[in-house]
Ligand binder design. Structure first.
Ligand SMILES: *Cc1c(COP(=O)(O)O)cnc(C)c1O
Length: 374
């Protein structure tokens, strides 16, 4: 596609502010590509941004979920309550620990789990609830907190969509729960690839740091100075490269721009689709959220999808329900609400390269495609 192609015809691509290439070049020239002070500076800057004592950088959001689950003691024989309506990475992280997903419904209005549905799904094997902050929207589980605490059930937030969003007065990640972010290519903040865990305690932070470094406990300086190193436990190759960390570090000071732009685009969609017959906008709680997606529910989604593609508009579906995926068939449960939602959801083009005019064009095309336009 040439540069005059309207942005609503493009899928989301990473949004760069223009400083990232220089930051990467500095790392390449320095010649240290592994976990370095650059990675540690990124951790400290993210922690400061969120107002938390510590943050642990890993290779991806999936790695963040995996290490957070392990640090919370999740393993074989345990169940983790998860929405079926999420990216398959959420489920794969649970399986990577040897645990089993227990799929639950989401609310059609928000595509997020409801506290009651989580409590109803508790079994003697339940050790964690993993809410997915769909579209960036925070989830309030305070009404069931004591029930979860009594049964020693951890809350591990899949906040892959929600970097920068608020949960009450604090940013997501600052609520005291174990929280996982993704800095993948099209997430609210990108490292190219990357992820971050917000640990609950210094011990948990140390566990995740050991897990991400093949079970080795030693600073880089210590390893360079010593003739040996100590492998103290199970571990994986999950440390965030300084090349990727440099991208995130360059993005972070400019995040306010992202916050404002994403909220403006989402509000433009809301205004443009206000009262459009047959089109229901999924609410992201925009005043407190840095929106990651713009999802509508429509009848006859397959036809609308085809008409939008024919109009050369880059629509998508987030997500096909996981309890219907062949790989997860063993954990299937009847989830009629999610199955219905799975047939109705349509993600509209939503990324920072778009203008408000792009939004109005998409909205007009959607009204035509659904028959609610003139
Ligand atoms: C992106 C995403 C992940 C995984 O993050 P990666 O960085 O791609 O590994 C997990 N859960 C959800 C809901 C996501 O959107």
């Amino acid at each position: 596609m040439n540069s005059s192609t309207p942005e609503y015809r493009r899928n989301a691509t990473p949004f760069l502010y223009g400083q990232e290439d220089k930051a990467v070049a500095r790392v390449l020239e320095a010649g240290q590509y592994g976990h370095t002070e650059v990675t540690e500076e990124f951790e400290q800057k993210v922690a400061a941004f969120l107002g938390v004592p510590d943050a642990v950088a890993v290779t991806s959001g999936t790695a963040a979920l995996h290490t957070a689950l392990l640090a919370a003691g999740i393993g074989p024989g345990h169940e983790v309550i998860v929405p079926s309506l999420t990216f398959c990475a959420t489920i794969q992280a649970v399986l990577a620990c040897g645990a089993a997903p227990r799929f639950i419904e989401v609310s059609p209005g928000t595509l997020c789990i409801e506290p009651d549905a989580a409590v109803e799904a508790i079994t003697p094997a339940t050790r964690a609830v993993m809410p997915v902050l769909f579209g960036g929207r925070a989830i309030d589980l305070s009404s069931i907190r004591s029930t979860l605490d009594e049964q020693d059930i951890a809350v591990i937030e899949d906040a892959a969509h929600a970097f920068g969003s608020y949960n009450g007065p604090v940013r997501v990640g600052g609520t005291g729960d174990l929280t996982c972010f993704s800095f993948g290519p099209v997430k609210n903040l990108t490292c190219g690839q990357g992820g971050m865990v917000i640990p609950r305690t210094p011990e948990e932070a140390a566990t995740i740091r050991r897990l991400r470094l093949l079970g080795v406990v030693a600073s880089q300086a210590e390893r360079q100075a010593a003739t040996s190193y100590r492998v103290e436990g199970f571990g994986l190759r999950y440390q965030l490269s300084s090349i990727n960390a440099a991208i995130g570090l360059a993005q972070l000071p400019r995040f306010k721009t992202t916050e404002i732009k994403r909220q403006e685009l989402w509000r433009a969609y809301r205004a443009a689709l206000h009262r459009a017959k047959g089109i229901t906008l999924v609410d992201v709680d925009v005043d407190r959220t840095v929106p990651h997606l713009c999802v509508v529910r429509v009848a006859d989604r397959e036809a609308v999808f085809r008409r939008m593609l024919a109009a050369r508009i880059a629509v998508g579906v987030h997500y096909p329900p996981n309890h219907l995926q062949p790989a997860f068939a063993q954990w299937w449960r009847s989830l009629p609400v999610t199955e219905q939602i799975g047939e109705e959801i349509l993600s509209l083009p939503f990324h920072q390269h778009m203008t408000e005019d792009d939004v109005y064009h998409v909205a007009a095309a959607l009204k035509l495609a659904t028959g609610s336009g003139r």
